[in-house]
Structures are given as structure tokens and as C-alpha cells.
Design a binder for this molecule. Sequence first.
Ligand code: HEM
Ligand code: HEM
Length: 211
Amino acid sequence: MTTRSFATSSGRSSDRHRPLTIVLHWLSAAAVLGAFAVAWSRAASDETSTRAALMVVHQTAGLLVLALLLLRVGARIATLSTAPRHDLPWAMHAASMGGHLLLYGLLLAMPLIGWSLANAHGHGVRLPGMFTLPDLVGADPDLAETLESWHVGLSWVLAAAVAAHAAAAAFHHVVRRDGVLRSMLPAWGSRPMAESGAAGQRYAEQSKGWS
Ligand code: HEM
Ligand code: HEM
């Protein structure tokens, strides 16, 4: 087992994700949110040159999502590590597994569909300052129309899945007060309050009795 344990402020024990997993998680969250922000800004712009520049940034952010996903899965396989086991009721555990699987599936599907969509429109996908990636499909307007509706439709599913995922993390932290959110925060953000020095102990003392 490559995760390590810590005692939460509520006294329950929990495991943390590995540092590499944490870094890759937050980098891919930033890349996904970046891909959305740029796609939506592009949709709101009428100027051809701005739209073209934003498409390059969008594609780069989207390809970064794919690269980070492959790194994450590769690291998981190479180190044979497993995710931390939180002490959760089985229904919550099953919902969490299902949610993570859905996220992984969408993080793979969205960039691959976007890449094929660009090719079906007759455009190569270029990594800025580097090289053009091989085409996944040939130019085909009918296919482009289908892929565009998948790409946009699935983007809403991904947006909803991310919102539900973040809400679940907040629920764990604020309502259940367990270690699930802390397990995905850097070590300096997840130290139990009572162990973080005199100031932390004073704070823990003062907040005794708060529910
Ligand atoms: C997780 C990654 C990605 C997300 C979340 C995402 C999201 C989106 C969204 C929301 C739109 C629609 C914007 C609108 O309403 O007009 C869009 C459009 C588009 N995306 Fe992505 N995308 C991702 C990855 C990619 C990648 C990797 C590529 C290509 C290499 C790509 C190519 C495109 C293209 C060509 C369009 C324009 C469709 C059109 O207007 O014809 N996307 N994307
Ligand atoms: C685009 C944004 C995000 C994506 C794509 C994403 C994706 C994922 C995925 C795939 C996992 C499963 C990791 C594993 O293999 O065990 C995960 C775990 C986790 N994520 Fe996110 N995440 C995003 C944003 C967030 C945000 C905003 C938060 C907090 C508010 C968050 C908190 C967590 C936590 C706490 C875990 C660990 C859950 C556990 O150990 O059971 N994530 N995330």
C-alpha cells in the first residue's frame, strides 16, 4: 500500500492519496476548467482571429487533460498503488466509485472526440511550437456534425459530473467532517488542527463544542 494514514481532527483515521496523484489531480482539474472557460469564451466571441486563437488554446488545454489522464493511469499501474480506502457506508462508496469512473471515462472521451472533430472539419491538431498530431479520422462534414453534437452534449455531462463531484467533496468536509477532501489536499493543507502547533491547539480549544 503506497498511501499513508493520518488522524483527522475528528479522531477518525483516514488515508491520503500519493503526492503524485494529488499533483496530477489538481493539474487536470485546472486543465479541464481551462478548456471549458476558453471554449465558452470562444463561443461568446464574434471575431474570427480571436476565435481561431482561442481554439488553439482550447485544444492545447484539452490535450493536456488527455496527457495527464494517461500519466495518472500509467503511474497507478506502474506503482501498483490503490486509492485510499475511506471508512464509508457501502452506498456512498459505490456512488463515489461510479462518479470517479464516469469522470475518468469523460476525461478520455472528450479529448478524443474533440481531436476527431477537428480532423473531421479538415483541420490538423497542432501542439503549439511542436508538431501536428496524426489525424484520427479523415475530413467528413457529416461525421463532423455528429462528433460536434457528441462533444458539446458530453461537455454538459462532464460539467454536471464535476459540479456533483465538488459538491460531494464539500459534503464530506463540511457535513460528515471525514478525511475525504483532506486525502486529496497537499500535506500542508491536511494537517490535523490539533497537531499544527500552539496556534492550532489554541484554536481547537476555543472551538470545542462547535458542531
Ligand atoms: C476535457 C477536454 C475538453 C472539454 C471539456 C471541451 C469542451 C468543449 C466545449 C464546451 C465546446 C463547445 C463550445 C461551444 O458551446 O461552442 C467545445 C468545442 C470544441 N472543442 Fe472541445 N473540449 C475538450 C477537448 C478538446 C480537444 C482535445 C479538442 C481538439 C484537439 C477539442 C476541439 C473542439 C472543437 C474543434 C470545438 C468546436 C466545435 C465547433 O464549434 O465546431 N476539444 N469543446
Ligand atoms: C475538473 C475538475 C475535477 C476533475 C476532473 C476531478 C477528477 C477526479 C477523479 C477522477 C478522482 C478519482 C481519483 C482516484 O482515482 O481515486 C478524484 C478524486 C477526488 N477529487 Fe476530484 N476532480 C475535479 C475537481 C475536484 C474539486 C474541485 C474537488 C474539491 C472541491 C475535488 C476533490 C476530490 C477529492 C477529495 C478526491 C478523492 C476522493 C476519494 O479519495 O475517494 N476534485 N477527482
